[in-house]
Design a protein around this ligand. Sequence first.
Ligand SMILES: Cc1cc2nc3c(=O)[nH]c(=O)nc-3n(C[C@H](O)[C@H](O)[C@H](O)COP(=O)(O)OP(=O)(O)OC[C@H]3O[C@@H](n4cnc5c(N)ncnc54)[C@H](O)[C@@H]3O)c2cc1C
Length: 279
Amino acid sequence: MAIEVTLIDYTKDPTRALYMAYRVCYSALTPQQVMARIDDERISEETMRSFVEERLATGHTSPLEQVWFEFGISGVTRAFSHQFVRHRVGISFEQQSQRYVSYKDGSFPYTVPKTVEAAGMGERMESLFRDAGDLYREMVEAGIPAEDARFLLPNATNTNFKITVNFAQLLHMCDLRLCTRAQWEFRRVAALMRAAVMRVAPEMGRFLQPKCGELRMGYCDEGYDAWKGCPIGRKRPHKQELFELYNAYRRGELDELGQDDFTLIEEQRIEGRAPGAPA
Ligand SMILES: Cc1cc2nc3c(=O)[nH]c(=O)nc-3n(C[C@H](O)[C@H](O)[C@H](O)COP(=O)(O)OP(=O)(O)OC[C@H]3O[C@@H](n4cnc5c(N)ncnc54)[C@H](O)[C@@H]3O)c2cc1C
């Protein structure tokens, strides 16, 4: 079954909601006065957007909890769902039950990973699932409750979710689960959630990045070897390198800017850039 992620609903005008939440903290105006200024356009869309963007770069995160997104997620596995429900804060889950929903004819939906297919072991895996399905059906027919017959079912069994998640948790989840260290299904779900938010609120969706993204931490805090093997590692520095640079700076090992550098600054012309223009 293919993974599907659908944005069902979300906070009406999320940028306005976020602006309101932040603005109330920093303004002598009442929330009602702020709202009136938005309504009569004394506060423009652009003002709200740039204010929110500035705040998003800070550690003031509680306003992010005031904006929520509802998703329908289907075609994921029980292997994925074990990881998904580990997120405890700012997210509510409803998951298809294996007690109330039974697979009466013994055919349960499942996913065979591409790596298993590629290794030529897909058919063996599916054959095992068919046997498990047959025994499951016999058990249910023998009166064994679905909650016990399900003990047979593999991690590969598909499951469905309806979730509500606030923007703070969505950012956190993408920090972890858009990282190439995360499991492929979770990366896919996080990417699809990001794409869905991008379609309705790109100014917020673009902050949904892996934690090393330039709009998040900006560096990698995973193991050094993992960073070396990461396909986007060449775009983001590892924290060890940042510390090494910082320590070298503290030890006075970084060269001081000399006359040569200033000559370069004055004279160097970079193709396509006017002298004096910022890089
Ligand atoms: C690559 C990867 C590998 C993993 N491997 C394993 C594994 O081998 N085994 C395993 O068991 N898990 C594993 N996990 C799951 C991981 O340990 C977390 O349970 C999961 O990522 C949920 O994230 P969170 O703890 O930030 O929870 P969230 O609920 O998303 O927490 C949100 C924030 O609130 C904080 N928070 C939440 N509850 C508390 C609390 N009670 N006290 C203090 N702070 C709190 C969190 O620290 C976090 O900052 C892995 C996760 C990843 C991304």
